[in-house]
Design a protein around this ligand. Structure first.
Ligand code: BES
Ligand code: ZN
Length: 553
């Protein structure tokens, strides 16, 4: 049961989708048809999720009716089926403000000459560009014909064969993806490569050079990569997330192109979803921690395999610190792994808890039984549930059977806070940083700089800037951390940079804390409102929704 879908897949269940779409940059719509093939279990009606779609007609059906729109869920589409029919074809178009689409003008791209479009379907935005059963509990295969204007290239998270995109593995709707723009491609390895605008291709290929080694590292631990190719797509800076694990084609923000591979934990993360999330999927959004907690755990194991334990330990300590900092500000109900999202937008459940509390729980299980047994358990888990969508209860049943321990599992999953006996990540390098003002920082990694900044209490902002020139940092994570602290301290020399940063980056994780901090003082409010008035239209609908609530539309 998924409360975020009206589709009742236990009555009629969609199995396969054929998409046929024109990408109309002139009108900012996708237009064409979706043919749905389904199994009939009971009843004469197919129920679909939609949001802001214009439905023109439905072929091979007795009739259809678009219900009233709900703010969170959109409008249900009821299709009356003909006796014995196992498919329908829906002719439709999207609308320009579809929550799952971002249409970019040429100036918002690196090349400045061509427009760009990309989708972001997770959590429940696929319904704003395809009428379907928009629940992670339903898995479908699909094929797609996508037409774009001359000079642009369309890509999808799927295999391309004979001009059509084809996904032969059953996937949940939130993993269906499409992008179109002036895209070039470069191979990274035998089954991996990167798409980016031509101006970014060299930088992207350099940054992601370890991708093939990462794939091999996960395979050694948790079994074969089952999706054929693994490519990356670098999006324009307005992409609201760090990354999105669309199968075969991870979408990433360009803000991880640091020039020194220091932010590739994001690639490890999205790649890890090829096992945790895409292969074994949360059945509903209250089980989101099954996707993200497992993925952060695997991500750190990849970092350890490629870059050594010291690096993985640093990331684990950064994660633990973030968990403590952010969980303190969450309502009790959101400090629980298995979330109650009744009446809420599932995007609201995307807090630090499913990620870092989830990963800490798995780290604690690993510590209880030893790495060898835990890895064998995880590998068997991925095999056992491969290409299935599971609930927290399914996981618990499997865990109790296959890996009984003394870890207070129910407390981890159903109660707020961190239970006693939790693993305690430790980093020697970070302990040295905590010991006092540094003497030699020449060999510091990005992670050390981040920990250094976050450990200043209270920070001497002018001295930090004088000695280390953070306002000029070219690393987006360091710059973001610094600008946030500068705003907290009302450090005037940083404001031009704050403004530039907020106007040029659309990554929600960066925007939200800085705007929130600005809104705490009258001067800051005026500044935030002025910057937001200029920048809002360049942000993704998802980021706009978050920031409207903070800054005011
Ligand atoms: N699947 C998530 C992104 C997501 C979550 C989109 C919920 C919509 C709703 C992705 O794998 C992710 O976790 N991205 C993180 C980066 C990661 C390294 C923690 C992000 O975008 O910040
Ligand atoms: Zn993730």
């Amino acid at each position: 049961m998924d409360i975020h879908s009206r589709s009742q897949p236990d009555r009629v269940r969609v199995r396969h989708l054929e998409l046929d779409l024109d990408v109309r940059f002139d009108r900012r719509v996708l237009e064409g048809s979706a043919t749905l093939h389904f199994d009939r279990i009971t009843g004469e009606e197919l129920l679909l999720d939609t949001r802001d779609l214009e439905i023109y007609s439905v072929d091979n059906a007795a009739g259809f009716e678009l219900g009233a729109a709900d703010r969170v869920l959109g409008a249900p589409l009821r299709i009356r089926l003909l006796p014995g029919a196992t498919w329908v074809r829906i002719h439709y178009a999207t609308t320009p403000h579809a929550s799952g689409l971002q249409w970019l003008h040429p100036p918002q791209t690196a090349g400045k000459r061509q427009p760009f479009l990309y989708t972001q379907s997770q959590a429940i935005h696929a319904r704003s560009w395809i009428p379907l059963q928009d629940t992670p509990g339903v898995r479908i295969t699909f094929e797609a014909a996508i037409r774009v204007p001359d000079g642009l290239r369309a890509v999808m998270g799927a295999a391309l064969s004979g001009g059509r995109f084809c996904m032969v593995h059953p996937i949940p709707s939130y993993l269906i993806s499409l992008a179109a723009g002036d895209l070039a491609f470069r191979d990274l390895g035998p089954r991996s490569g990167v798409y980016a605008e031509p101006a970014l291709l060299d930088a992207a290929a350099y940054e992601f050079a370890d991708t093939e080694a990462m794939i091999t590292a996960v395979e050694r631990m948790y079994g074969p990569y089952r999706w054929g190719r693994y490519d990356l797509l670098v999006l324009p800076p307005s992409f609201p997330f760090g990354g999105m694990e669309n199968p075969c084609l991870t979408f990433t923000t360009p803000t991880i192109l640091a020039g020194d591979k220091s932010l590739v934990s994001l690639v490890a993360h999205e790649l890890a979803h090829s096992w945790s999330g895409n292969l074994v999927t949360n059945a509903a959004w209250s089980d989101f921690w099954l996707n993200e907690g497992f993925t952060v755990y695997v991500e750190r194991r990849v970092l350890e395999a490629l870059y050594g334990p010291a690096r993985a330990q640093m990331e684990a300590v950064l994660g633990r610190r973030e968990l403590d900092r952010e969980m303190a500000g969450l309502p009790e109900a959101d400090r629980i792994l298995h979330l109650d999202l009744t009446g809420r937008d599932p995007d609201d459940g995307c807090t630090v808890a499913p990620y870092e509390k989830g990963a800490l729980f798995l780290r604690t299980l690993e510590q209880a039984v030893g790495r060898e047994r835990f890895d064998a358990f995880l590998r068997a888990y991925f095999d056992h549930f491969a290409f299935r969508s599971i609930t927290t209860a399914d996981f618990l049943r499997y865990l109790r059977r296959e890996l009984p321990t003394d870890v207070p599992v129910d407390e981890w999953i159903f109660r707020p806070g961190i239970p006693p006996g939790a693993a305690e990540p430790h980093s020697d390098a970070f302990a040295r940083i905590e010991a006092g003002w540094p003497a030699d920082t020449a060999a510091w990694s990005t992670q050390e700089w981040l920990h250094f900044l976050r450990s200043q209490d209270p920070p001497d902002i002018p001295r930090l800037d004088r000695e280390f020139h953070f306002t000029d940092s070219g690393n987006s994570e360091i710059l973001h951390q610094w600008l946030l602290m500068a705003v907290q301290a009302d450090y005037a020399p940083a404001y031009p940079k704050v403004e530039e940063f907020l106007a040029s980056v659309g990554r929600r994780k960066f925007l939200k804390p800085i705007y929130t901090e600005l809104m705490k003082t009258p001067d800051g409010q005026a500044r935030a409102r002025r910057i937001y008035a200029g920048a809002r239209s360049t942000y993704h609908p998802i980021a706009q929704a978050t920031l409207d609530a903070i800054v005011g539309a």
